[in-house]
Design a protein around this ligand. Structure first.
Ligand SMILES: NC(=O)C1=CN([C@@H]2O[C@H](COP(=O)(O)OP(=O)(O)OC[C@H]3O[C@@H](n4cnc5c(N)ncnc54)[C@H](OP(=O)(O)O)[C@@H]3O)[C@@H](O)[C@H]2O)C=CC1
Ligand SMILES: CCCCCCCCCCCCCCCC(=O)OCC(=O)COP(=O)(O)O
Length: 311
């Protein structure tokens, strides 16, 4: 009787251990790459989505390099993070800061060297900094079109290209860019912004194809409206600040939820992620599948907005 029990128990124990191991492997695969100790660079980290990304990556145990134009505001973020009670599962690290303006090519090059000096390498670059725009094309100075392109497109790609050689050398790293739903569809009175985000999408899609085989994934994240100061900081056709918190922005997604989704996309090395509700998502499909209808809807949207402004 004992013999039968002993003989029956061993396969049972082995099967249980096997199932447990398989379960742990599946959980790990689902969670993706751990962030503990990973060197993560975040641009535009002084506010909005960048600041929330700093919070979630810090809590996940990443070693951060926070970038922005305002040293004092970056230090405030560092203080906030250092004083926050984080997930006790992880040891956390005091973030480094690098102050520079993305639109100045010389300062981007210098900043890239400073960023690399922090830990000697980079695991994840999150190109998050950006500026929006409000205006109609007829009244917009060409210099404004250029400035938005400098901040949202040339700045991030200059930083990416300055940091890329060190990733290629190590055959390791991850490039992330925060684009927008407006990188996939163009809506009226956003020409400079939508154009810069479309260019961003195209550049990083090319980059993914070119460096994927080197073990360096590229993630493009396209959120819908997020509750930040993006509209307040937006520039208008004459270069002045828009200064208004739009209803669409105020009722947008919580930046903390978007930051959590960014962390998930990084861990899972996702290629292209749209973080938006049904209407923008349907609009993206409509632009490809039924462009004539999409263009009609955009014209009618433009006329309505113009009428509203005239009233
Ligand atoms: N809010 C929204 O509805 C959406 C936002 N996005 C994108 O999310 C990203 C973050 O924006 P969000 O947090 O919403 O807006 P915020 O205005 O709060 O943040 C923008 C950040 O970009 C930085 N920045 C702007 N210009 C420069 C520059 N020339 N050089 C360096 N840094 C600069 C700012 O830093 P500084 O402290 O120096 O001013 C700031 O931290 C942007 O790329 C935006 O396009 C995408 C979809 C929707
Ligand atoms: C269910 C039926 C759907 C039919 C689709 C009709 C088309 C509707 C158009 C929808 C347009 C959505 C625009 C979303 C824009 C957006 O989310 O942008 C994100 C940003 O980057 C915000 O920047 P902004 O400066 O514009 O505030």
């Amino acid at each position: 009787m004992e013999r039968i029990m002993g003989g029956g128990m061993l396969p049972l124990v082995l099967t249980s251990v096997g199932v447990l191991l398989l379960y742990r492997i599946l959980v790990r695969l689902r969670r993706g790459t751990p962030m503990h100790g990973a060197v993560v660079v975040i641009t535009g980290a002084s506010s909005g989505l960048g600041k929330e990304c700093a919070r979630v990556f810090h809590a996940a145990g990443a070693r951060l390099v926070l970038c922005g134009r305002d040293a004092a505001r970056l230090q405030e973020v560092v203080q906030e993070l250092s004083g926050s009670s984080t997930d006790i599962q992880h040891q956390t690290f005091t973030p480094n800061t690098v102050v520079f303006n993305l639109v100045r090519a010389d300062s981007v090059e210098k900043a890239a060297q400073e960023i690399l000096k922090c830990y000697g390498h980079i695991d994840v670059l999150i190109n998050n900094a950006g500026i929006s725009y409000r205006g109609n094309i007829l009244d917009t100075h060409i210099s404004v079109q250029r400035d938005v392109m400098e901040t949202n497109y040339f700045g991030p790609i200059a930083l990416t290209q300055a940091l890329l050689p060190s990733m290629v050398q190590r055959r390791s790293g991850h490039i992330v860019v925060i684009s927008s739903v407006q990188g996939k569809i163009a809506i009226p009175y956003r020409s400079a912004y939508a154009a810069s985000k479309h260019a961003t999408q195209a550049y990083f899609d090319c980059l993914r194809a070119e460096i994927g085989h080197l073990g360096i994934p590229v993630t493009v994240i396209s959120p819908g409206y997020i509750r930040t100061n993006l509209s307040v900081n937006a520039v208008t056709g004459d270069g002045s600040k828009y200064g208004v918190l739009d209803k669409t922005t105020a009722s947008g997604w919580d930046p903390r939820d978007v930051a959590d989704a960014v962390l998930k996309a990084v861990r899972q090395k996702s290629k292209d992620v749209v973080l938006a509700g049904t209407v923008p998502t349907v609009a993206i499909y409509l632009r490809t599948l039924w462009p004539a209808l999409f263009f009609k809807l955009m014209s009618s949207r433009a006329r309505k907005e113009q009428k509203h402004k005239d009233e």
